[in-house]
Design a protein around this ligand. Structure first.
Ligand code: G3P
Length: 226
């Protein structure tokens, strides 16, 4: 499963990038607003940090398909076309924009996917990725994990080349459930990234191992200074 940091805060991105197996950085207009500054400059800084071979995603703002297409050019001119996915909301104009963008060779992620039907249309329009919003669907009384799984089933049945880049996670369990189902990617918030390895039982086990070793070898000892 590809794992993305769903945030543009460079300090946080650097911290997680250093520790964990990260495949890219994803964003949306709300994340850009939270980050502050000129959106294109922020995206350029993140691209410079992650390098040209990692995935970067950001979302268009325009309401008309043709304007979304024009935004895709501006965005990819700024941060490069390789490994950049232009996120397009799966609305009627967005689905049209997916078709236009695919004709021009952009990599596209259809986002704001709350229903299986949106996923189906986006995939058939040629989206490379579709992004179901797991927790937001749950908060509407739906079943976010099931929506992602149903879309995956349809992709499999018709052997469509689209993948799922799932988003809007509140727990690590949600991510793991989708990993078990073979979902291609997950865009994970900083808090959920941090929750993966926050575990007092593991900390206690490691602490006991180390204190046993030091009971044998002395305080401050490791294999580096025996
Ligand atoms: O871009 C989609 C994702 O970031 C939404 O997450 O937490 O705002 O529901 P959230």
């Amino acid at each position: 499963m590809k794992l993305f940091i769903d945030d543009l805060n460079l300090e946080k991105v650097r911290e997680l990038w250093d520790l964990y197996p990260v495949d890219g950085v994803t964003s949306n207009p709300t994340i850009l607003a939270r980050t502050g500054g000129n959106p294109l400059e922020v995206l350029k800084e993140v691209r410079a940090f992650i390098g040209p071979d990692k995935i970067l995603m950001t979302q268009v703002i325009s309401e008309k398909a043709e304007d979304m297409l024009a935004e895709a050019k501006v965005i990819t001119d700024a941060v490069g076309r390789e490994h950049t996915y232009v996120k397009v909301p799966a609305t009627p104009q967005g689905i049209k924009a997916v078709k236009l963008m695919k004709k021009e060779g952009y990599q596209v992620c259809a986002t704001a996917v709350y229903t299986v039907g949106q996923g189906l249309l986006a995939a058939q329009a040629g989206a490379d990725l579709v992004a179901p919003y797991i927790s937001r669907i749950d908060n509407l009384g739906g079943d976010g994990l099931q929506v992602a799984k149903d879309i995956q089933d349809i992709l499999n049945i018709y052997q469509l080349p689209t993948g799922i880049s799932s988003a809007s996670f509140k727990t690590t369990r949600q991510v793991v459930e989708l990993a078990k189902y073979g979902i291609e990617a997950a865009a994970i918030s900083v808090g959920v990234w941090e929750s993966f390895l926050k575990n007092e039982v593991v900390d206690m086990a490691v602490s006991k191992f180390n204190s046993d070793f030091r009971a044998l070898t002395g305080d401050g000892k490791t294999f580096l200074n025996l």
